[in-house]
Design a protein around this ligand. Structure first.
Ligand SMILES: [Zn+2]
Length: 130
């Protein structure tokens, strides 16, 4: 059991004695009224440091998504933004979802190319029969 001298003089929001070790002021870091500015600075610094910088090239993003190439550009950007994130279940799920989206887009593109090739072949055949 801590004696009062080993404890911060403040009380917690619930009204209990603060269990933290006090500094010379008698308050812990979180409760010392003289250290409010220091705490605010540390919070801002912590916030800016936890933000992950952009990795994707936003200039390569289309203004509107109208074509398969636009979709692939958005997926490329999202993948580039996701990869440097801290590893987590959400990140893993997003990477799996992105992989599915890439597969769908690539499949769609291959189908489009095959239809175009067939149309081209039919057109050539039609011209040869004239
Ligand atoms: Zn305290």
């Amino acid at each position: 059991m801590k004696t009062p001298q080993q404890r911060c003089k403040a009380r917690t929001k619930s009204g209990a004695l603060c269990p933290n070790h006090p500094s010379a002021s008698g308050f812990c870091y979180a409760h010392d009224p003289a250290r409010g500015r220091e705490r605010a600075r540390a919070r801002r610094k912590g916030g800016s440091h936890s933000r992950i910088p952009h990795n994707g090239n936003a200039d390569a993003l289309p203004k509107q998504v109208r074509t398969l190439q636009d979709v692939l550009a958005v997926l490329d950007y999202t993948l580039a933004e996701t990869l440097p994130m801290e590893n987590s279940i959400q990140r893993a799920r997003l990477l799996v979802a992105l992989s599915h989206a890439f597969i769908e887009a690539i499949k769609e593109g291959e189908l489009e190319a095959r239809v175009e090739a067939i149309e081209h072949a039919l057109k050539l055949r039609g011209e040869n029969e004239k």
